[in-house]
Write a new protein. Structure first.
Length: 633
């Protein structure tokens, strides 16, 4: 991946990574190992490089790497590594040929080129991190517009159309890059000086990836500026990006419900998939930390952030984004002055000082049967202990393209009327303590109920009378044809010991490496998934849970086969790396006769090792076998 050119003034690492995510998605780098090089890479700090690498799942690659050079050495020094360690890294890299100058002769099977000078200020949305939109094109793309109507609603004491109800500087991608957070602080300072304020319906927050960020922002004098605009530090971990921004003000929530308001979120995170960020944010947009602050001031996504006035100064003059956007020179000078090795040492050295720790009485965990956070897992019991026959499987869902791991197992907040919420309520957990699906992943009884529980899901088996697909966590149980909530359908099939299958379109399993996206379907009894294509991470997770990934041959898919979910499915053939198997589809014809259709599919167990793991029943079963046979030390 050759980076040429130099970024334009005012362009952040977030702008670059959103443009790269769009570019690399189009270039189909799923499963690839990317190595960045070129003059553009040379000019990037390690913080900027890490911002690009940390978005790897969003463009589907296996890894995104940069070579070792002087910027690497400067970073190690800046973050408090001992001089001996820094010297070791430099000497080792140069001796074995991994220093930047040694990589100029590297030969690659494929070279892509991206010009950094083409990058504009960007956001991504409203539903995918690769759906980049230049902020200069917001009206043209139908995102900004109708601001007059929004302002009229605001004048009446109502929230505007497109109200930004969540504005969050969040995610390891952006908040561990000093340049991004300092830029946000400087923008907040200029906004405060001019009298701009955050709109009252915006829930704002700041969650750095490291406590060191608080130290250098305080040293820079901008932490107070962020706090004044509502961006005080709330945590040092995943928050809004992972659906954990907390509850809204009850009045704001009720207005959204009563008016069925199009409410949105703007965050500096990795992912903005439908239903992920907040139950009442219908869609979400990714943006750089300083842009997040600007949108909190604007208060609506209908705002044309480059052209509309954010407010007026004391003399009545309009204030625009360009008036408060910090220059690169200001940002770089403050980073250089304020980010110091002592801050990183103060935070990280104590983390490794374990001191005296009381030894546990037993190496075995004392399981608590009533816990909704950690429960003895069932991975050697039930469906996982039963043989996978791959015969007479019923479809749990027929899905379209771009199904994400958030569709398969959301990580966002648990609400009362969900299957998981009802379960936690029965367990005596008060609604304010439901927390998120992600925090309950150690309790399978809660996490199972997240399977295909995304309210934005489109299961093509659930069709309205007018022929349109009904949105929501719904399924149709066969052979009765009864539509019910997804979890109830799963329970019905589990009680029948009915093996299941999922049919899907292209790019199945986009997004984060969500283990429960694979665990949930396997515990439901899903034995195989047939799709037009798989994301690398999720496909590996399916194999690890003993679910067989199968890929339609080019030109064949759920639509060409006219699948409607009434069918029975079986898989025939010899399972081997990328072998061709036969998907046998049994269905009734219009005249009531039985029809058998045989469809060739590719086995997406790509290696002998994956075949071995699958045949064992999954990675845990494989490990247990190796352990009992004495193959594990």
């Amino acid at each position: 991946m050759e980076l040429v050119g130099q970024r334009k003034p005012g362009i952040t690492a977030t702008d670059i990574v959103l443009a790269l995510t769009e570019f690399l998605r189009k270039e189909r780098v799923v499963g690839a190992y990317l190595e960045f090089f070129g003059e553009g890479a040379d000019s990037m700090s390690v913080g900027d490089r890490a911002t690009i690498s940390n978005m790897t799942p969003e463009y589907g690659a296996t890894a995104a790497m940069f070579y070792i050079d002087q910027n690497t050495i400067d970073y190690l020094t800046l973050t408090g590594r001992e001089p001996e360690q820094v010297k070791l890294v430099e000497t080792y890299a140069k001796e074995i040929g991994l220093w930047a100058s040694d990589m100029t002769q590297a030969e690659y099977p494929r070279v892509l080129r991206f010009d950094l000078s083409t990058v504009t200020r960007n956001i991504a949305g409203p539903s995918n991190p690769h759906a980049r939109v230049s902020t200069s094109d917001l009206k043209e793309k139908g995102i900004a517009g109708n601001l007059e109507a929004a302002r009229a609603q605001e004048a009446q004491g109502l929230m505007p159309d497109g109200a930004v109800i969540i504005a969050a500087i969040t995610s390891c991608t952006n908040t561990s890059n000093p340049r991004n957070t300092v830029a946000a602080g400087l923008l907040a300072r200029k906004a405060n000086e001019l009298g701009l304020t955050r709109k009252p319906w915006v829930k704002s927050s700041f969650a750095p990836g490291s406590k060191a960020a608080a130290l250098y922002l305080e040293e820079a004098g901008v932490l107070h500026d962020l706090e004044k605009l509502g961006f005080g530090i709330v945590a040092y971990a995943c928050t809004t990006c992972n659906g954990m921004s907390g509850a809204l003000d009850p009045k704001i929530q009720q207005e959204i419900i009563d008016r069925d308001l199009y409410a949105t979120a703007v965050l500096s995170g990795n992912r903005n998939f439908d239903g992920r960020i907040h139950p009442y944010a219908k869609q979400a947009f990714l943006a750089s930390p300083p842009l997040v602050v600007a949108y909190a001031i604007a208060g609506t996504i209908r705002f044309d952030i480059e052209k509309d006035s954010l407010g007026n100064d004391k003399d009545g003059n309009p204030i625009y984004l360009k008036d408060i956007w910090p220059s690169d020179e200001e940002i770089d000078a403050l980073v250089k002055e304020s980010v110091k090795p002592e801050q990183f040492k103060k935070v990280y050295i104590p983390m490794f000082d374990l001191g005296e720790r009381e030894k546990a009485a037993s190496p075995l965990y004392d399981w608590r049967p009533q816990s909704t956070y950690i429960r003895r897992p069932p991975y050697w019991e039930g469906a996982l202990a039963a043989p996978r026959t791959l015969t007479n499987m019923r479809p749990l869902a027929i899905l379209g393209d771009n199904i994400t791991t958030d569709h398969l197992s959301p990580s966002n907040a648990i609400i009362m009327d969900s299957a998981a919420g009802e379960y936690l309520h029965k367990m005596g957990v008060p609604e304010e303590d439901f927390n998120s699906y992600a925090t309950h992943r150690g309790d399978h009884l809660t996490a199972q109920r997240a399977t295909l529980a995304n309210p934005k899901l489109f299961n093509e088996m659930v069709v309205r009378s007018d022929g349109t697909i009904k949105q929501g966590s719904k399924a149709r149980v066969e052979p009765e044809g009864e539509v019910m909530r997804m979890w109830e359908a799963i329970e019905t099939y589990m009680n029948r010991k009915q093996p299941l299958i999922i049919i899907a379109g292209a790019d199945y399993g986009q997004g984060s490496s969500r283990d429960w996206a694979a665990k949930g379907v396997r515990l439901a009894g899903v034995e195989a998934i047939v799709a037009e294509g798989f994301e690398r991470i999720h496909r590996t997770n399916l194999v690890g849970m003993g679910v067989l990934p199968l890929e339609f041959k080019p030109g064949t898919n759920r639509k060409t086969l006219k699948l409607d979910g009434t069918e029975l499915y079986s898989v025939m053939g010899n399972i081997a790396p990328r072998s061709t198997l036969t998907l046998v589809i049994e269905r009734a014809t219009e005249d009531g006769k039985n029809q058998i259709v045989e469809v060739p599919v590719t086995c997406r167990l790509d290696t002998e090792e994956e075949v071995s793991v699958y045949e064992a029943g999954g990675v845990l079963q494989r490990f247990a076998q190796d352990f009992l046979e004495g193959n594990v030390a």
